[in-house]
Design a protein around this ligand. Structure first.
Ligand SMILES: O=C(O)CCC(=O)C(=O)O
Length: 272
């Protein structure tokens, strides 16, 4: 299986329209690979909080349209990263009240929406995304012909229980778009490897390049195999990281080193 991670540059020198056109063209250039991945909030910038409301889109808005077409033009599975979604205009979900969500879109090679994932763990503690956006509450997996993909976004990477739940739901390849800051790059690499090793799964983690809202981005998109080996890692600048990997290695790793079978659940808590 071949995958391309598009570590697109997101900065204020480029308009949203231009970046959307450029992303669509970059996706089309990947015709021939199986899966293409874009990063988190690449339209607006993950740290451009003051633009979330103005640039939020309905689920089936302009980015949806452009990415659906790019997926079908290229004939690839496309994890189109995430958009600031404004609920209430076509999402058909319970939260139809205008709440913003950080929503990832996955398209099939015919351009059909295969899955939408609303980021569960919002970043920012008492500001930013954590106060401006609603939280998703649904696990999302997508069955590709070669592998079952489990979807998570950026800050989710810090929450191992989410990934274990995705594994319990059948995930073999964990795809994580992000807008991870340079200041915590060591955590990004460490956590991507940890999620791969502990879940005996591939990790495809795609970040952004550039600086948005004054926050330099880490880049360094990374692909890790189920044994924790780094198969490919990008630099800091805009780059397309293409990697070939064997999805069957998930099953063989889990058979040969069956640590997932040794999980002990429901331990008694200390009584103090
Ligand atoms: O957890 C981190 O250090 C970065 C998270 C983040 O930037 C995000 O989720 O947008």
């Amino acid at each position: 299986m071949r995958a391309s991670l598009i570590q697109i540059r997101v900065d204020e020198d480029e308009s949203l329209d231009s970046r959307r056109r450029r992303a669509a063209a970059l996706v089309k250039d990947q015709a021939g690979v199986d899966l293409v991945v874009l990063p988190e909030l690449w339209t607006t910038g993950a740290f451009a909080f003051d633009r979330f409301a103005a640039e939020a889109e309905p689920l089936e808005g302009p980015t949806f349209e452009a990415m659906a077409k790019a997926a079908s033009d290229a004939g690839v599975w496309l994890h189109a990263g995430s958009i600031p979604e404004r609920s209430g205009s076509g999402s058909g979900s319970a939260a139809d009240d205008g709440t913003l969500f950080n929503t990832s879109l996955v398209f099939s090679p015919s351009g059909e929406l295969a899955a939408a994932y609303r980021k569960i763990h919002r970043f920012g503690f008492d500001k930013g995304e954590a106060v401006l956006m609603g939280a998703g509450n649904k696990l999302v997996t997508v069955r590709l012909p070669q592998t079952t993909v489990g979807v998570a976004t950026c800050y989710d990477l810090r929450f191992p229980e989410l990934f274990r739940s995705l594994v319990d739901a059948g995930a073999e390849t964990l795809v994580i778009p992000a807008g991870w800051p340079e200041s915590r790059r060591s955590h990004w690499t460490l956590l991507a490897q940890a999620r791969a090793v502990e879940n005996q799964a591939y990790v495809l983690a795609c970040g952004t390049a550039g600086t948005h809202a004054g926050v330099p981005q880490a880049g360094h998109s990374i692909v890790v195999d189920p044994w924790g080996e780094v198969l490919a890692e990008a630099g800091a600048d805009e780059e397309i990281l293409t990697v070939e990997f064997d999805p069957a290695k998930v099953a063989t790793t889990r058979e040969q080193f069956p640590a997932l079978k040794d999980r002990v659940l429901g331990l008694e808590r200390p009584r103090h």
